[in-house]
Design a protein around this ligand. Structure first.
Ligand SMILES: Nc1ncnc2c1ncn2[C@@H]1O[C@H](COP(=O)(O)OP(=O)(O)O)[C@@H](O)[C@H]1O
Ligand SMILES: [Mg+2]
Length: 294
């Protein structure tokens, strides 16, 4: 039974007898751990550059020095266990966290080279350059038409022809036009959950945003409505840069080009989706995408 004393294969034993801590263990101890960013990212054209971004809710730090490039015209998925900071990072991109009093940030974000967090930035203007869709569909209690063109209305657009044209374009873009074209002036609240979420996507793209932010957009939908949204994300990604938060591994692997694995407010590993799922560099990433923890 001498084998019992042999060290496990992938757990090298240093001279002092302690095993090398894993990345996850080091993160849990609060150590600074550099993210494993694949070299493929270097050959992409970034639309968004996140630099050493840190965020606190009061005393509690939710994001720890996140540095990453989001490639232009691609779908990037943010994955990781609940509470690891995915939504916080996504909301930081369009400065929705500004609305929370206790939030403090350090570091920066740059959209097409322009700082998002400089004191002079017009936040309303900034949010117009991004569309956002949340977990639960949130249509406004108004007609389908008014929902879709809402961002243009609040921007002061009054020309009927422009609004009508934009509404149809956005609804076609969100794969909803055929289903609603004959009832544009009825309440959006009469739509099914899946239709409501596609309506929210139409509203998010009507102003031709530079980036589309999706926070678990399918979590309130049934499998068929989910598939339709996933197909839609695929189509949309030919025209927009998409960042999608998802806790669903299959979804991340189906819809995204790049995947970032986060843990306890840190970026752990980031690379092409196929690499992250089939050939990750870290055993921690492999364990997570195989469903062994989280
Ligand atoms: N408004 C808030 N106020 C205080 N803490 C928050 C707030 N929103 C999120 N948090 C905390 O920040 C951490 C990250 O949360 P979140 O970004 O929602 O994670 P995820 O989307 O990955 O589940 C969690 O510990 C969460 O409790
Ligand atoms: Mg979340």
């Amino acid at each position: 039974m001498t084998l019992m004393n042999a060290p496990p294969h992938n757990n090298p034993m240093p001279a002092n007898g302690a095993t090398t801590p894993s990345v996850i263990q080091r993160i849990e101890r609060g150590e600074t751990v550099l993210a494993e960013v694949h070299s493929t990212l270097a050959s992409t054209e970034p639309i968004l550059d996140i630099r050493e971004f840190r965020l606190w809710y009061g005393q509690s730090q939710a994001l720890h020095s996140i540095s990453m490039h989001i490639p232009k015209g691609q779908v990037t998925a943010l994955i990781g266990p609940s509470g690891c900071g995915k939504s916080t990072l996504l909301r930081s991109v369009n400065r929705l966290n500004d609305l929370i009093d206790s939030v403090r940030i350090e570091g920066g974000m740059y959209l097409n080279g322009q700082s998002l967090y400089d004191p002079g930035v017009d936040v309303i203007d900034l949010r117009k350059r991004m569309g956002m869709v949340f977990q639960k569909p949130n249509p406004f209690p108004m007609s389908i038409f008014e929902n879709v063109i809402y961002p243009l209305r609040i921007d002061g657009e009054r020309r009927k022809a422009v609004l009508v044209e934009a509404c149809e374009r956005a609804l076609r873009g969100a794969a909803l036009w055929a289903e609603v074209k004959d009832r544009l002036h009825t309440s959006a609240l009469g739509l099914s959950g899946g239709q409501q979420q596609r309506l929210c996507i139409a509203r998010a793209i009507v102003a031709e945003p530079e980036v589309l932010l999706l926070d678990e957009p399918c979590s309130a939908l049934d499998p068929i409505a989910t598939l339709r949204i996933e197909e839609l994300i695929h189509e949309i990604s030919t025209r927009y840069t998409v960042i999608i938060v998802t806790h669903n591994m299959q979804q991340a692997s189906r819809v995204s080009d790049f995947t970032a694995f986060m843990y306890l407010g840190r970026l752990v590993e980031y690379g092409r989706t196929a690499e992250i799922f089939q050939n990750p560099h870290l055993t921690e990433t492999e364990d997570y995408v195989r469903g062994r923890f989280g």
